[in-house]
Design a protein around this ligand. Structure first.
Ligand SMILES: N[C@@H](CCC(=O)N[C@@H](CS)C(=O)NCC(=O)O)C(=O)O
Length: 227
């Protein structure tokens, strides 16, 4: 069975849980990180020397895979477990049967690019605003940090909005692995309290995010309040 370590309040853990649910995998999640600790234990550090979540342990014997880095875990699960038959059963009738990890290299690397953009560009930009507005008591907040983070993030969501203006999902008509990290990032930004942050209208991101949220695989992930 697939074991996922990590608290669900972590964006990076949410990616992995959502992905496992999309694939219909039988998995167990063990609380770790944040208030749960665990990550500093020698056993956990042997699994993930960064002492961060998520990490996974999957399979047995020669087939066993242990991994850390959330987007790599998403790629691995999609590559290992998705099949055209599973994709056709998961999606609406008429779906071409493309797997979450696209076979065609131009499409696979289109997905890879957006996943790296989430990890290296969009996530760092919004991190301070999230930590300040969700995890910091109002009296201790630093307005300058929040303003800087918002100023860095909004042009990136505008870019995403322009991309999604002509596409249903990140790669076009078909939901793929690329939608998972980006969807989790939109969940974090859209969850900022309206009382503290007036988000601009990004109609295409909003339409895409609503469709992602309605997916059965995203339950218990994209419908969670931020903490
Ligand atoms: N690049 C890593 C980042 C991992 C990371 O920084 N995880 C955070 C939670 S999102 C963490 O473990 N924080 C410490 C903790 O929860 O104890 C990934 O995508 O998996």
């Amino acid at each position: 069975m697939l074991n996922i370590w990590g608290r669900i309040s972590s964006l990076n853990v949410r990616k992995v849980v959502w992905c496992a649910q999309e694939l219909g995998l039988d998995f167990q999640r063990t609380e770790a990180g944040g208030q749960f600790g665990v990550v500093q234990t020698p056993e956990y550090r042997a699994l993930n020397p960064n002492a961060t979540v998520p990490a996974i342990d999957d399979g047995e014997g020669a087939e066993r895979v242990t991994l850390w880095e959330s987007n790599v875990i998403v790629r691995y699960l999609c590559a290992r477990y998705d099949t055209p038959a599973r994709a056709a059963a998961r999606e609406a009738p008429g779906h071409a049967g493309e797997t979450l990890y696209p076979d065609a290299l131009p499409r696979r690397f289109d997905a890879e690019r957006w996943m790296d953009w989430q990890q290296t560009t969009l996530n760092p930009a919004g991190s301070a605003a999230f930590k300040q507005l969700i995890r910091t008591p109002p009296a201790e907040r630093q307005p300058g940090l929040i303003a800087q983070s918002i100023a860095a993030t909004e042009p990136l969501f505008a870019l995403l909005d322009a991309h999604l203006a002509t596409r249903r999902f990140m790669l076009g008509d078909v939901f793929t692995m690329a939608d998972i990290p980006l969807g989790c990032e939109a969940h974090r930004w859209f969850g900022l309290p309206a009382t503290d942050y007036a988000r601009p209208a990004w109609p295409h991101v909003e339409r895409w995010f609503a469709e992602l949220t309605a997916r059965a695989g995203a339950r218990g992930v994209l419908d969670l309040a931020l903490e």
